[in-house]
Ligand binder design. Structure first.
Ligand code: ATP
Length: 363
């Protein structure tokens, strides 16, 4: 007989969360529930409220409305004026600027959370060494933070965040001070650490690839709201709104209108699909990069002029202008060969890959 399936226990959750500074509302209607052992990335443009949400979970800010729970415990409830300070929430935190104490050794920095919890010296030394070994800095305990590189300092901050085996670890743009190559290495290292220690994590970033490669769930935030909360593959396959598709740079989001038997681009006027491909209230279409193909002019559904071309790992990303004057639009596609600016090209769009949006919902 199969064991009954138990719902996954939320390690951290928020309900109807809101934060205002005076009359200005910064976050509204935030709801999420993250199961134990999962990573949630908060992804969105500058100023959308990612850090504010993380600070609410950390206990560095109190909500104006709503509740936050960590494990079984309600750590903030605006209606009941209940609020647990950060040191009683069982958290580890890693910040963008590392926030190491310069006057302490690396070992002193890492063992500090254990000292705060009253762990005895022998245990502290053993656990500090193990945490430093986990981040590849086993021999660095006696150094000062100033004697380490940026990447090493961030590893020390990560060791300090995990040393007390917290129920939840919070990362606030931890890699944004590092160069790109090191960032890519460290995303992999953080991912391995999270899964090998079975950590539950919330990770704030404005970097798409960091969020999509690390997280089980990604919350796309915009203007103080969570616009969509979903696993990375769902976000890519089924963005909920044109804004999410545009933010994730999944392709071109274009206004469309129905003309008799076809859907046409408002700008450029090209027919892209049959009328029955989308619901009557459709207003926009996502034309994913992978859905657009370069073809001989004789086979083309629409023609355009190359505006620019930029090399990416998988080919040349070309931006092509379709239509002209007031009516012009842009499409993007991947070409194996480099296209020259000003070159005329023929294009075909695979209607199967088009995503349709109505004015208020994903279709
Ligand atoms: N103490 C404050 N008083 C008033 N407004 C604030 C305060 N702190 C933040 N804000 C505003 O709240 C909004 C959200 O800020 P927040 O730092 O959470 O954004 P973010 O998404 O983390 O941005 P970034 O990626 O640039 O760090 C911004 O408009 C910011 O100006």
């Amino acid at each position: 007989m199969n064991a009954p399936t138990r719902p996954l226990r939320a390690a951290v959750s928020a309900a109807e969360l809101e934060l205002s500074y005076g009359a200005t509302t910064i976050l509204r209607g935030i709801d999420f529930s993250l199961p134990k052992g999962q990573t949630l990335a908060l992804l969105g443009p500058s100023g959308c409220g990612k850090t504010t949400l993380l600070r609410l979970v950390a206990g560095l800010l109190a909500p104006s409305k709503g509740r936050i729970s960590i494990g079984e415990q309600i750590v903030a409830d605006a209606a009941k004026a209940a609020f647990l300070p950060p040191e009683r929430r069982g958290l580890g935190m890693v910040f963008q600027d590392y926030a190491l104490w310069p006057h302490l050794t690396v070992g002193g920095n890492v063992s500090f959370p254990l000292e705060m919890r009253g762990v005895n010296k022998a245990d502290r030394e053993g656990r500090t060494l193990r945490a430093l070994e986990r981040v590849g800095l086993g021999g660095y305990g006696q150094r000062r933070p100033s004697e380490l590189s940026g990447g090493q300092q961030q590893r020390v901050a990560i060791a300090r965040a995990i040393v007390a085996e917290p129920a939840l670890i919070l990362f606030d743009e931890p890699l944004s001070n590092l160069d790109r190559e090191l960032r890519e290495t460290m995303v992999g290292e953080i991912g391995n650490l999270i899964s090998s220690l079975g950590l539950t994590a919330i990770y704030v970033t404005h970097d798409h690839s960091e969020a999509l490669s690390l997280a089980d769930q990604v919350a796309i935030m915009r203007g103080g709201l969570i616009e969509q909360l979903a696993p990375p593959d769902v976000l890519i396959d089924r963005p909920a709104t044109p804004e999410v598709a545009d933010f994730l740079r999944l392709g071109c989001v274009a206004a469309v209108e129905r003309h008799g038997e076809t859907w046409r681009l408002v700008r450029g006027g090209a027919a892209i699909a049959a009328a029955d491909a989308a619901a009557p209230d459709t207003t926009h279409a996502l034309l994913p990069i992978a859905a657009i193909e370069l073809v001989e002019t004789s086979e083309a559904v629409l023609s355009g002029i190359v505006l620019r071309s930029q090399f990416r790992g998988d080919g040349h990303l070309a931006t092509v202008q379709i239509g002209s004057g007031e009516d012009r639009g842009e499409l993007q596609l991947i070409s194996r060969t480099k296209l020259r600016a000003g070159e005329p090209v023929g294009l075909r769009i695979d209607p199967q890959h088009i995503r349709w949006f109505s004015s208020n919902a994903y279709k």
